[in-house]
Structures are given as structure tokens and as C-alpha cells.
Design a protein around this ligand. Structure first.
Ligand code: GLN
Length: 477
């Protein structure tokens, strides 16, 4: 087989299968070998699933032999964030609490990508229960950024972003609650997409903050990200919040002119943007102007309240969702207790890391009877105002362009002792999450030191097509 594993694309794999240059089984073997050999450099994968990948590859080869369509992701090696459940394959959520948890079912997104011919190579490291912005909150140690090994890959989907950047997966699945796909994509120099809330079923995505959680793709090109989203998207009767909206053929809408599209630049974001990340971002905006886009300012007046709002709503929902880890229903149970109440306390005390505990306490506080109106209810109202900012902006423009992060990848250990500084790194991604609109990060350039910087594109609910079209034109330019 004469293929460079680290630079494969969905299209190249399809071509190799169609011309019989490689079989899916050969591809799976090579991809696994390469990923296992390279993984120690970053620690992107927590564990591999060779049997599962090879079985999927055999199914693809059998279909090809029978002359059947092997599916849109035929033979494509995929990495999956370890918060998405996989039947018979350990799913840890980066937590000691689930270190030995083997789920009895597959997430809908997993079922759909495997039905499309994908090969799941393994599960990737992440912040514990997806809480964090650097992947340093994992109980299993940090991930290194493939572009700068002394730096974080971003988070919480840092392992998935690193695997795609490193070439140990062609595409990957991540999850985004407040920026966990876009920010690591930006830090690692890959494409990361948070679809509209409800576009992809959350069935089998371990719940962090249910009203904000999304599954979305990572890829090395806009085209591959669009193709992967297309296979996962659409109504699922097992998730009542999944949307019935028809799923367009995203890839067929690429390679189109973007001349005349109106793009909004929110001044509220730009005042927070300083230094080199700002320079790279503004160069990106100039590229969009050269492509014929009309760029104008649009006001997003409630931006300043987004972080506070998010950290009330997300912690409230997390405190409720994480109540299920009680030492009875899942795998981890403390051995240091003699009564039931002590067992609950000791299990949660030993099983959760510091960040999860901080959020459970914050969330319990904002939901408590005396404070519900002052915090949770108020936050829900402000969330509606943030969403209204977007609705009003989209009356004037086709898309919003914004930075992804105020700074490029920071050093391992740099922010881990300062939770507030870590929370502030989400400043540009959280508004889109609160509004539930589709948003993505596309590589924009690098700093003088060679650290990647992403550009964020946000569009109307369910208009991923316009978002991909702009990102694709930008990538090609
Ligand atoms: N960094 C944010 C947080 O810590 C977002 C995490 C996410 O999107 N899962 O909550």
C-alpha cells in the first residue's frame, strides 16, 4: 500500500478503495500501526480498538466485493472523544469515576458513522466529563499539542484535535458545550465544527450540560468535516431534542463563490482581542474581503454577560447530570466506607477530580431554593438576550466572523491553578453555544512562533451550509 497515512483525506481513501490500490483492511492495519507508534508523542488516544476497526474494515471490503456502496466514510479511520459511548469499548470520560466503564450500547452518532463505513481506531483523552479548556483536567494525564509539545492542545476535546493534527486519525468526533471543539481545533490548526443544537443526536453523549451539549466533527479540511457531519446529522427518536430539519448534502454546496455575502464583525469581541492572535485574525478578515464578502460591524450587546451566564447554566445542569455517579450504578465505588451515606460521599470524593467537584458545588448552589431566582432564572433570561443578539445580527448579515480564542495554545501547567483564567479563555466561543447556532473554527494562520490561530464562523440555526461554504472558500484562499 502506497499511501501517506498522516495526510489521508476521505476523498483519497475513497479513490484508493475504488481503484483497488488498498483494501479497507489494509488501511485499518496501517492506520492502527501508525497511530499506536505515534501516540506516545502526544497521548491523544487513551486506548485503541483494533478488533472493532478491523471488523468494520472487513465489512467495507465485503460490500465492495459484492459491488455494493460501502458508504460515505468507507475505510476512514476515526478517533472518538471518550465521552461518547461505544458498546463493548471502554468509555472513561477522562474520569476515575468511569475508568473501567464498558457501555452496553453505542451512541447514535457512532452507529451512523459505522454504518457509513467508518473505522473507529480508538478513544481520545479529554478533560474530565468535558469540563475544561486544556485537557489537563483528565484523570489520565494531559495531551501535548502536536504543533508545540510543551503546550496544551486546548480542550476539552484536546485528544481528538491532537489526533487529527498529528495525522493519527483522518477525522474525529468531539463534543462542545461552550467551545470544546472550536478552541482545540484553533489551538491545533485543524477544522472543528459545532453544529446547530439538535442537529446531531446526543443519545450516547455522556451528559455534561444537556441544553448546551453537541457532538461535532474535527478534520483537516472543511470538506471532510462537512462529509462527517452529514453522516451523523438528523432526527433520532432516541433524543427528543434532536431536530427533524432536513439534512442537506453539505459537500455538494462547497466550491461556490462567496462574493456578495454579508459578514458581521461584532465590536464587542474585538475589544478583548489583543496581540498576535488579533493580527492573524484581522489578516483572515482581509482574505474574506478579497473574496468579495461585504464585512460590516454588527452589535452583540450582551456578549459581556455570556461567561457568567454559561458558568451558571452549565454548572447547574452538570450538578444534576453528575448525580448519577453514586457508586451504585456505574463502575467506581470507594472501598473506604461502612454505611450507604458514607459510600456515596467517599465514592464521589475519590472518583471526581477537583474541577468536577467545583462545578457540582457551584451548580448545587445556584439551584438551591434561596438562590434559584437570583442566579439560575436570571441566567436563563440573559441566555435569551444573547440568543436575541444573534437573531438581530442575522437580520442584517449572512454570517458572523469572530476570533476563537484570545490567545494561541498556552503552556502545559500555565493556567491549571487559576480556574477563572481558564474560564475566560472561552470568551469568544460561549455566545454561540448559548444561542445554539452552528459555529466552527477554520485555520487562519500562525503566530511568529508557529502556533495555529483559528477563525470562527457562525450562521443562522440549521444553516451549516452557508458556514461550510464560507469556510471552504477561506481555506482555498
Ligand atoms: N471550556 C468550557 C468549560 O469548561 C467548555 C467545555 C466544553 O465545551 N465541553 O465548560
Amino acid at each position: 500500500m502506497d499511501l501517506d497515512i498522516a495526510s489521508l483525506t476521505i476523498g483519497k481513501i475513497r479513490h484508493a478503495l475504488d481503484t483497488r490500490a488498498a483494501s479497507a483492511t489494509e488501511l485499518a492495519g496501517e492506520a492502527l500501526r501508525f497511530a499506536q507508534a505515534e501516540n506516545p508523542k502526544t497521548g491523544a488516544y487513551l486506548h485503541f480498538s483494533p478488533e472493532r476497526a478491523l471488523a468494520a474494515a472487513r465489512r467495507v471490503d465485503e460490500k465492495i466485493a459484492r459491488g455494493e456502496d460501502p458508504g460515505e466514510l468507507a475505510g476512514v479511520p476515526v478517533a472518538v472523544k471518550d465521552v461518547i459511548v461505544t458498546k463493548g469499548l471502554r468509555t472513561t470520560c477522562g474520569s476515575k469515576m468511569l475508568a473501567d466503564y464498558v457501555p452496553p450500547y453505542d451512541a447514535t452518532a457512532i452507529e451512523r458513522i459505522e454504518r457509513a463505513g467508518a473505522l473507529i481506531l480508538g478513544k481520545t483523552n479529554c478533560d474530565e466529563f468535558a469540563m475544561g479548556s486544556s485537557t489537563e483536567n483528565s484523570a489520565f494525564g494531559p495531551v501535548r499539542n502536536p504543533r508545540a509539545p510543551d503546550r496544551v492542545p486546548g480542550g476539552s476535546s484536546g485528544g481528538s484535535a491532537a489526533a487529527v493534527a498529528q495525522g493519527t486519525a483522518v477525522v474525529a468526533l468531539g463534543s462542545d458545550t461552550g467551545g470544546s471543539i472550536r478552541q482545540p481545533a484553533s489551538f491545533c490548526g485543524v477544522v472543528g465544527v459545532t453544529p446547530t443544537y439538535g442537529r446531531v443526536s446526543r443519545y450516547g453523549l455522556t451528559a455534561f450540560a444537556s441544553s448546551l451539549d453537541h457532538i461535532g466533527p474535527f478534520a483537516r479540511s472543511v470538506r471532510d468535516a462537512a462529509a462527517l457531519l452529514g453522516t451523523m446529522a438528523g432526527r433520532d427518536p432516541r433524543d427528543a431534542t434532536s431536530a427533524a430539519a432536513p439534512v442537506p448534502d453539505y459537500t455538494s454546496q462547497l466550491n461556490r463563490k462567496v462574493e456578495g455575502l454579508k459578514l458581521g464583525l461584532p465590536p464587542e469581541y474585538l475589544k478583548e482581542l489583543k496581540g498576535e492572535s488579533g493580527d492573524v485574525f484581522f489578516q483572515g478578515v482581509e482574505v474574506l474581503k478579497k473574496l468579495g464578502c461585504e464585512v460590516r460591524e454588527v452589535a452583540m450587546p450582551h456578549t459581556d454577560y455570556a461567561i457568567a451566564t454559561y458558568y451558571i447554566i452549565a454548572t447547574a445542569e452538570a450538578s444534576s447530570n453528575l448525580a448519577r455517579y453514586d457508586g451504585v450504578r456505574y463502575t467506581f465505588r470507594s472501598q473506604h466506607s461502612s454505611t450507604l451515606a458514607e459510600m456515596y460521599r467517599a465514592t464521589r470524593g475519590e472518583g471526581f477530580g477537583a474541577e468536577c467537584k467545583r462545578r457540582i458545588m457551584l451548580g448545587t448552589y445556584v439551584l438551591s431554593a434561596g438562590y434559584y431566582d437570583a442566579y439560575y432564572l436570571k441566567a436563563q433570561k440573559v441566555r435569551a438576550l444573547v440568543a436575541r443578539d444573534f437573531a438581530q445580527a442575522f437580520n442584517q448579515v449572512d454570517a458572523i466572523v469572530a476570533p476563537v480564542s484570545p490567545f494561541p495554545a498556552f503552556r502545559l501547567g500555565e493556567k491549571i491553578d487559576d480556574p477563572l483564567a481558564m474560564y475566560l479563555s472561552d470568551i469568544f466561543t460561549i455566545t454561540g453555544s448559548l444561542a445554539g447556532v452552528p459555529c466552527m473554527s477554520v485555520p487562519c494562520g500562525t503566530t511568529a512562533e508557529g502556533l495555529p490561530v483559528g477563525l470562527q464562523i457562525l450562521t443562522r440555526h440549521f444553516d451549516e451550509t452557508t458556514m461550510f461554504r464560507i469556510a471552504d472558500a477561506f481555506e482555498n484562499a
